[in-house]
Write a protein that binds this ligand. Structure first.
Ligand SMILES: Cc1ncc(COP(=O)(O)O)c(C=O)c1O
Length: 400
């Protein structure tokens, strides 16, 4: 019998050799207690959280929590059904209304996760004979959506407008074309030149889908994302987003002005063939989205945090993923996985949690310490974070 697990042997060996040095497993940390969007207890120690996607700090918002509790009391713990059968409650419609208002768009469709939103929308609108042109650094859920729909996949070099244009020109005349882009790329925290890219797509007659998972709530005057900030949101056909980041719960969505959008509810398999989100989750999401519309002060503070952390880490001598702060994500580039894991552990001992990211999730085989800031981090916490990076960096030899 062929052991179907033998393909995992290299990964198992790499993991065992890393852990044999006595290192804490960076992919198995337990948050024993979570005190706030920025502080948790890990290994019995008070730890500043700098590796969550809680950009706007909504997880402990009193109105959000109250809405969730009320929905739990009034509607129960789950829907036990698909959106197209018994799983659409008033709360699901209210959540979709909140999204339509937030984005000023005609249609909104809520999924169980952002992963499923990409999987469902991409695979349903681009099928066997269609072409999907996508940035090579696209999120796994985008690639999986392309694979599920069986479309022809045409990747182009990360954030390269000319490469995108060239790929589009090579697609056979008359074929269906979907370009998939992201607002913020989550590994390095860099943003896409969406304005130029969307213009190129429109000139080529392609539809455009932008995943704004890491920009919703924070980037753009109203927090609608990079397409809003760059003034091209009206030319974007589909925006994908998630509730698992700035919204502070779980779920995914697609918003659009396409006149035939509603038919997707009947043909999109990752929407139809799964149970809908629990009432408490859609209630927290709708309340959070409503509050994010008025989050200008929080957005301004988050930008200050991002600028301060970026400048501070640069001054300490760390190599960063972007020259300037472009989002709430600041990636610190490590020389290799071993050094990255050592630095990750040293930071944890200092009382700081960041994300350790490694291939295949990262571009160009990089090992990264990904810092994601929250609007609830105080300026003092950012100072503390910089002190922790300095101490851990010197202890591990990552900085001189
Ligand atoms: C760009 C992007 N799209 C989609 C997702 C999936 O979101 P969710 O956590 O809601 O499944 C993620 C999650 O990290 C992401 O980074």
């Amino acid at each position: 019998m062929t052991d179907l697990f033998s393909k995992f042997d290299p990964l198992i060996e790499q993991r065992e050799s890393l852990l044999s040095t006595g290192l804490t497993d960076p992919f198995n940390l337990v948050m024993e207690r979570v005190e706030s969007p920025t502080v948790a207890i890990c290994n019995g120690r008070r730890t500043i959280l700098l590796g969550t996607y809680n950009y706007m700090g909504m997880t402990f918002d009193p109105d959000v929590i109250a809405a969730g509790k009320q929905a739990l009391d009034e509607y129960g713990s789950g829907t036990t059904g698909s959106r197209v059968l018994n799983g659409t409650y008033a709360g699901h419609k209210a959540c979709e209304e909140a999204l339509k208002t937030f984005y000023a768009m005609d249609h909104a469709m809520v999924f169980a996760t952002g992963y499923q939103a990409n999987l469902g929308i991409i695979s349903t609108i681009a099928g066997k004979d269609d072409y999907i042109v996508l940035d090579i650094d696209s999120h796994a859920s985008i690639y999986d959506g392309c694979a599920l729909g069986n479309a022809n996949i045409v990747p182009f070099r990360h954030n390269d407008v000319d490469a995108l244009e060239k790929r589009l020109k090579r697609i056979p005349e008359g074929a269906g074309k979907l370009v998939v882009l992201e607002g913020v790329y989550s590994m390095l925290g860099d943003i896409a030149p969406l304005k130029e890219m969307v213009a190129v797509c429109k000139a080529a007659g392609a539809m455009v889908l932008v995943d704004e998972a890491h920009s919703m709530g924070f980037i753009g005057e109203n927090g609608r994302g990079v397409a809003e900030a760059q003034g091209c949101i009206d030319d974007v056909d589909f925006i994908i987003g998630t509730f698992s980041k700035s919204v502070g719960t779980v779920g995914g969505f697609c918003v659009s002005n396409h006149p035939k959008f509603e038919i997707l509810r009947l043909v999109c398999r990752p929407y139809v063939f799964t149970a809908s989100l629990p009432p408490s989750v859609v209630a927290t999401a709708a309340t959070s989205i409503g509050k994010l519309m008025h989050g200008a002060d929080k957005r301004a503070h988050l930008w200050q945090n991002s600028q301060k952390l970026h400048a501070g880490l640069k001054a300490l001598g760390f190599t960063l993923g972007t020259d300037t702060p472009q989002s709430a994500i600041i990636a610190v580039i490590m020389p290799d996985l071993e050094k990255g894991a050592m630095m990750w552990e040293a930071l944890l001992h200092e009382g700081l949690y960041v994300n350790l990211a490694r291939p295949p999730a990262t571009p160009a085989n990089m090992t990264l310490l990904r810092c994601s800031l929250c609007a609830e981090h105080s300026a003092e916490q950012v100072d503390q974070i910089l002190g922790m990076f300095e101490a851990a960096g010197r202890a591990t030899g990552c900085i001189g």
